[in-house]
Write a protein that binds this ligand. Structure first.
Ligand code: ZN
Length: 322
């Protein structure tokens, strides 16, 4: 369904601040300058976007009888770019009382993302990971672990640029979105992620909301922000989150697997959710995102990466004569 831009609230109540440190581990950051994106295709049903790719691995069998678990899984038809999270999008109220969706932004990142994965596995539960494109290219192996564990992966732009920044042209904004999508796909070894997108700092330029609608990509704001990026310690992450959640009674929770305090807070936070009678809802996409080939190519070129193929030599090179 199409979301009218009139539904977008201009002032964010759960904006997540400025761009994070994105220092690459070993190579300079590339810029977002480059070829201007071409006009997107007209909106088509998301199911038509279903690429022939193998199904995602399922979450591991749960062996913890006291785990938080997953209460139900919902499948999202992203046709027309629906919006979720009542801070900005107020049409789709699908969560029942005491249901939550866990979301994690800005990864993948060493130590913190694997720690979050470990905690989610121990509690047999799941979340959506909105990965920054650059971070995905730094740590593809970590993002592959997120995917292999059965969690949903979406994207969060290429470089975490605030897309309402007036210095950016419309083409540069589209490029931030598209390159982020292609980078996540590259990091997953060519497997397309969900057509789920979160705007950095929850700043929603209306023309990009419309653009994502034409691309059949769902947008995620939040119902409550943990403000974990401001927290001085793990306890503060838990206190802020639970205070807001107990007031609302349900919601999409915004956290960051990028942050140490969040990773540290998660075991106790999940215990507290369970004790409070909260249940986790998993959100899956009906079909994967369709990246644009020009940006897939740009990612490979920019990163000077030789190939996305991970096929063994024997499947590529075969003796036909001895
Ligand atoms: Zn972010």
């Amino acid at each position: 369904m199409r979301i009218a831009t009139g539904l977008i609230v201009a002032v964010s109540l759960c904006a997540s601040g400025t761009a994070w440190s994105q220092t690459p581990p070993s190579k300079p950051a590339t810029t977002t300058q480059g070829a201007a994106p071409q006009a997107p295709p007209a909106a088509t049903p998301a199911t038509a976007a279903a690429a022939a790719q193998p199904p995602q691995p399922a979450r591991a069998q749960c062996t913890n009888p006291n785990a938080l678990g997953v209460a139900r899984t919902v499948e999202i038809d992203t046709t027309g770019g629906p919006g979720f999270g009542f801070e900005h999008f107020k049409e789709l109220d699908f969560l029942r009382d005491h249901e939550v969706v866990l979301t994690f932004d800005d990864g993948p990142w060493p130590e913190n993302t694997p720690s979050v994965l470990k905690t989610l596995a121990e509690e047999c539960t799941t979340g959506i990971f909105f990965s920054i494109g650059k971070h995905a290219t730094y740590y593809p192996e970590i993002l592959k672990q997120v995917y292999a564990a059965g969690h949903t992966i979406g994207s969060h732009t290429w470089s975490h640029a605030t897309l309402t920044n007036k210095k950016l042209t419309e083409d540069q904004r589209k490029e931030e979105i598209e390159k982020g999508i292609s980078a996540v796909k590259w990091a997953l070894g060519g497997v397309s992620e969900a057509p789920f997108f979160r705007f950095p700092a929850l700043q929603h330029p209306p023309e990009m909301v419309t653009y994502l609608g034409t691309r059949n990509i769902a947008m995620f704001s939040c119902d409550l922000d943990s403000f974990d990026f401001k927290a001085r310690n793990a306890k503060q992450v838990i206190d802020v989150t639970m205070k807001k959640l107990n007031k609302l009674g349900k919601g999409i929770i915004l956290m960051h697997d990028f942050h140490k305090h969040t990773a540290e807070a998660l075991p106790e936070l999940l215990h507290t959710l369970k004790a409070g009678g909260y249940k986790v809802v998993a959100m899956k996409a009906k079909a994967p995102v369709q990246s644009l080939p020009e940006f897939d190519e740009q990612i490979i070129k920019d990163a000077k990466l030789p190939t996305v193929s991970q096929r063994p030599v024997s499947s590529v090179v075969t003796d036909v004569t001895q």
